[in-house]
Each structure stands twice: as C-alpha cells, then as structure tokens.
Design a protein around this ligand. Structure first.
Ligand code: ATP
Length: 224
C-alpha cells in the first residue's frame, strides 16, 4: 500500500489476557482511520517476550474471540496458532500478503513493543514489508519509541482521518502515529490483580472476566 489507503489491519499480541486497552485501541483505530476491519492475531509462542505466556494459546485465543464476538469490524485470526515454532510477525505478514495479492498490511503495535523492534526476527525485512501504526502506551509517547539508528522521516501531519503524524520508514513504508487516548491497562496488571484476588471489572470485557474465573487462570505466582 505504498501511497494508498490502508489494506488489511493486523493487531498482534500475546493477549494474556485480552483487555479493554486492546479493545478500545482496535475500535479507535478502526473507526477513526477508518478501516473496514481489524484482525487480532494472538501469538502462539511470542519470540521476543522475556518469558512465555502464562495462559495457553488456546485460552488466549478463546478470550480474544469471546471479547470481540459481536463487535463490528473486529475479528480474530488463528494463523499463528496453526503454525509450528515461534510466532514471527514477518511470517504472519508474508502469509497475509501471499493470500491477498495486491493488498497492503497495516500492523498495529504498541509504542513499547515498537521500541523493541530491532530485537525482532529479521526486523528490517518486517519494516519493509508493511505499514505500521503506533499505539500510545503510558510513558512511551509514539515518537520516543523510534529505534535509534533507524532513519524515520516525517511525511506530514494527520493519519488518514485521524489527527497525528505520518512518517516514512527505510524501505518506503509508512509509520502512522495517530493521537489516540492513552489507556493505562496492561495484561500484567490484570494477571497481578487476579493473583491477589482483586476485581478486574472494567479492565477486561465481561466475557474475558468470565473465562478467567471459569478456568481459574492467573491464580498462581508467575515465574520470571
Ligand atoms: P504485558 O503486560 O503482559 O506485557 P500487554 O498489556 O502489553 O502485555 P500484549 O498482548 O503484549 O499486552 O499487547 C499486544 C500489543 O498491544 C502490543 O503491541 C502492546 O504494546 C499493545 N498494547 C497493550 N496494551 C495496550 C494499551 N493499553 N494501549 C495501547 N496499546 C496496548
């Protein structure tokens, strides 16, 4: 989609568990840009996280799916769950591009995660394979997440119909930094609350809260 409208939007994550920060961001971007659809892509084996997920891939997928059932324009893809080995984003993007010739991919990523991108598998190829949209995280304004040594040039103000800024990545792909609300919710904070017996009402969709309770997830101490 060099130059064109965004194509297929992917929002990858561990989703351990999927929470209202993820949900609101997907909705804000879909309605604001606007996009016909945002696909959530739960990672089976996140290669760049310091530790492996707490809940199984099947539980994490089920929670994301239950959370977006009935939410217009949001759906969950299981392609990383069907693949063997580490869930490299480059493989996912390439799989989507191969299945949809002529269509570009827009990859939604939190600013904290983008900051770590030079540690990702074949990251330079990934930056050249699709467009990116940075989601603000507390303490990490989008522009502060630009990895050092990567030439990122400002292209203009605005991100399609959202206020913000657009940049060019090396290789010519776009990097969108829309002005979106910063939501201070993380999966880690939810896991910790569950472990301590605290309520997570309002932080996760009701379906996720029910799934966590029904399967007694996140009650044990975390390793790492
Ligand atoms: P953890 O606390 O376990 O590290 P997380 O809450 O960051 O997890 P992930 O599943 O790792 O959740 O997130 C998937 C993607 O969504 C990442 O790119 C992350 O930066 C982004 N993200 C997570 N929570 C938010 C939020 N509240 N606002 C914006 N982006 C978010």
């Amino acid at each position: 989609m060099h130059g064109g409208r965004p194509g297929i939007a992917l929002f990858g994550g561990t989703f351990d568990p999927f929470h209202n920060g993820h949900l609101r961001m997907a909705i804000e971007v879909r309605e604001g840009l606007p996009l016909p659809r945002v696909h959530l892509v739960p990672s089976a084996q996140p290669p760049h996280k310091p530790r492996q997920p707490v809940a199984t891939a099947r539980h994490r997928y089920a929670m994301a799916e239950a959370a977006v059932a009935g939410v217009e324009g949001l759906s969950v893809l299981d392609l990383e769950l069907r693949r063997e080995g580490p869930s490299y984003s480059l493989l996912t993007v390439r799989e989507i591009l191969a299945a949809n010739p002529g269509v570009g991919v827009l990859f939604l990523v939190g600013a904290d995660a983008f900051q770590e991108i030079p540690a990702w598998h074949r990251w330079e190829e990934l930056l050249a394979a699709c467009d990116f949209l940075l989601l603000p995280r507390p303490g990490t304004p989008p522009e502060s997440a630009f990895p050092a040594g990567v030439r990122i040039e400002k292209e203009g103000d605005g991100c399609y119909s959202l206020p913000g800024r657009t940049y060019r990545l090396p290789g010519g792909r776009r990097l969108l930094c829309p002005d979106l609300p910063v939501l201070d919710i993380s999966s880690r904070s939810i896991r910790e609350k569950v472990r301590r017996g605290r309520s997570i009402r309002g932080l996760v969709p009701p379906e996720v809260e029910r799934h966590i309770a029904a399967h007694a997830l996140y009650r044990a101490e975390e390793g790492g």
